[in-house]
Design a protein around this ligand. Structure first.
Ligand SMILES: Nc1ncnc2c1ncn2[C@@H]1O[C@H](COP(=O)(O)OP(=O)(O)O)[C@@H](O)[C@H]1O
Ligand SMILES: O=C(CO)[C@@H](O)[C@H](O)COP(=O)(O)O
Length: 499
């Protein structure tokens, strides 16, 4: 029996899956690392932590593996998108990585719009200038840390940096490059026009490959530390949402995914590169060759829940925190939550907005707040579903993955709020699974990713919408949508008091 490894470099943790040729998860290891948040709107991580935790995780996995280590044939990656890692000429990291949920770059977004033009930007990159994307972060460093920028020789995305440390080779791949705002998405090449207009040397952009392409093997130093063989083939991998889609079998038109990790996304497969959503949803290259996907993003989905737990219930785990939400009726006894604790992307590209609890009452208990947080996150994701439906997509079944898919009440809530059938997979680790599938396909175990998905992706349970719940949530959703408009100006007034 042969094996492959999928490494998912998430925002909260690196999650590593060992899969066999029958598509069974043989081992799972997770190692967490913190966010560094110096100021409101800032979000960074130390790339060295990603490397250390991944090596620790691989070492643990190999130690617990009772087969022949030489049978581990391939390894690939899934990674949190958009994060900026800047390297100097000697490939040393120049500063902490600035992450996807860092929103300090509003001014740089306006600069991009001015110098490239909104229409032209959309034509080339298929996306508008949003704070979370990589290009505004590059410009922020150029504007605010000129001494660092002068030393920058190349930029990498998070999992591309991790791959570099495991193989010694510099690459990016299309699915993650699409989230930089520097890629010509249809032509699959770095946009010289955008680089030129913004004064960025194209040598800063790493060589591009496809997600399933081999990008070297494990270097001996890493083999020694992990116990893996230096023969392990390393494949490029993909953006976590592209990999989540592969790992959930979102490989043909009409298929939709909901992923609740630190962020939350609703994602739909697209065969074509020329559909027009007017920039309302993200439009990126898939990890499958010559395919695409559209996606709406809630910046703080699982993060809203983990924030609530850290601040108000740090003594309990997620299971215990969520154990009593069934006892709270729909609407959390009159409490509504908006998950804008890090600003928002879809449908409100707004870095200033912040979250609210509306309707707090002296009778509310912690469990009401927990239910309200879950409902608020799910309402936010429903705004993306609503955009897709308004653009003519028929959504009746959604595959749900990520940490949020661990809880059955939350899965039923998704079915009721989205008014769709929700499918839960045997493993909720979609991105790690997608990474492992890219390695399996790269190793030629299968003739296509679709053939691999037929073997690897298995539904374990489904949740159907309950008519009375759907009706109750419709009323609440309308109230939820009003909270953004009602709190926008209040949040603008609060800016001067923020950290
Ligand atoms: N048992 C659970 N039930 C519901 N949600 C959970 C549970 N465990 C974790 N989560 C949520 O999942 C999130 C982490 O999901 P994950 O997919 O691992 O994120 P990432 O890929 O961003 O690191 C946490 O922030 C938390 O909100
Ligand atoms: O910014 C986006 C997508 O555009 C995020 O989805 C990141 O890719 C982080 O993902 P998770 O850590 O939440 O999986």
């Amino acid at each position: 029996m042969k094996y492959v490894i999928g490494v998912d470099l998430g925002t909260s943790a690196v999650k590593i899956l060992l899969m066999n040729q029958d598509g069974e998860v043989c081992q799972e290891v997770s190692k967490s690392y913190p966010l560094i948040q110096e100021k409101s709107g800032y979000s960074e991580q130390d790339p060295e932590q990603w490397v250390e935790k991944t090596i620790d995780g691989l070492n643990e996995l190999v130690k617990n593996f009772n087969g022949n280590v030489q049978d581990i044939e391939g390894l690939s990656f899934s990674g949190q998108m958009h994060g900026l890692v800047l390297l100097d000429q000697e490939h040393n990291v120049l500063r902490n990585a600035i992450l996807w949920n860092d929103t300090r770059t509003t001014e740089q977004c306006r600069k991009i719009e001015d110098l490239v033009g909104k229409e032209r930007l959309l034509a080339i990159t298929k996306n508008p200038a949003l704070e979370g994307f990589t290009l505004p972060k590059i410009l922020w460093v150029k504007d605010h840390e000129a001494a660092i920028f002068e030393k920058a020789a190349v930029f990498l995305l998070p999992k591309d940096y991790l791959r570099f440390r495991l193989t010694g080779l510099l690459h990016s791949e299309y699915s993650d490059a699409a989230g930089t705002l520097l890629l010509d998405v249809a032509e699959k090449k770095w946009s010289e026009e955008i680089c030129e207009r913004l004064g960025i040397n194209t040598s800063l952009c790493p060589p591009l490959v496809a997600s399933h392409e081999q990008t070297g093997t494990i270097i001996s130093e890493v083999a020694e530390k992990t116990g893996l063989s230096t023969n392990v083939k390393v494949f490029a991998g993909g953006a976590d949402n592209a990999c989540g889609a592969i790992g959930s079998g979102i490989l043909s038109d009409g298929k939709t995914l909901c992923s609740i990790g630190t962020s939350g996304v609703v994602l739909s497969y697209e065969q074509k590169s020329d559909l027009d959503f007017g920039g309302k949803v993200h439009y990126f290259n898939h990890g499958e060759e010559n395919a695409y996907y559209t996606m709406g993003v809630t910046l703080a989905a699982g993060y809203s829940l983990s924030w609530f737990k850290d601040v108000f219930a740090s003594e309990v785990d997620f299971e215990e925190l969520l154990s009593c939400i069934d006892e709270v009726p729909i609407g959390a006894n009159g409490l509504l939550f908006t998950p804008y604790i890090a600003g928002e992307r879809t449908p409100h590209a707004d870095s200033v907005i912040r979250g609210s609890f509306i309707g707090m009452d002296a009778s509310h208990e912690r469990r009401d707040f927990v239910r309200a947080v879950l409902e608020g996150i799910t309402f936010s994701l429903n705004e993306s579903i609503e955009i897709f439906r308004e653009n003519g997509k028929q959504i009746d079944t959604v595959i749900s993955i990520g940490g949020g898919a661990k809880n059955k009440t939350w899965l039923q809530m998704q079915a009721d709020i989205f008014n769709v059938n929700i499918m839960k997979l045997v493993s909720e680790q979609g991105p790690g699974m997608g990474a492992a599938m890219l390695a399996a396909f790269g190793c030629a175990w299968f003739s296509s990713l679709k053939e691999c998905a037929d073997k690897f992706v298995q539904v374990s349970e489904s949740f159907t919408p309950k008519v009375e719940n759907v009706e109750a949530y419709k009323k609440l959703f309308n109230l939820y949508k009003d909270v953004y408009k009602s709190t926008k100006a209040l949040n603008e007034g609060l800016i001067e008091f923020r950290k």
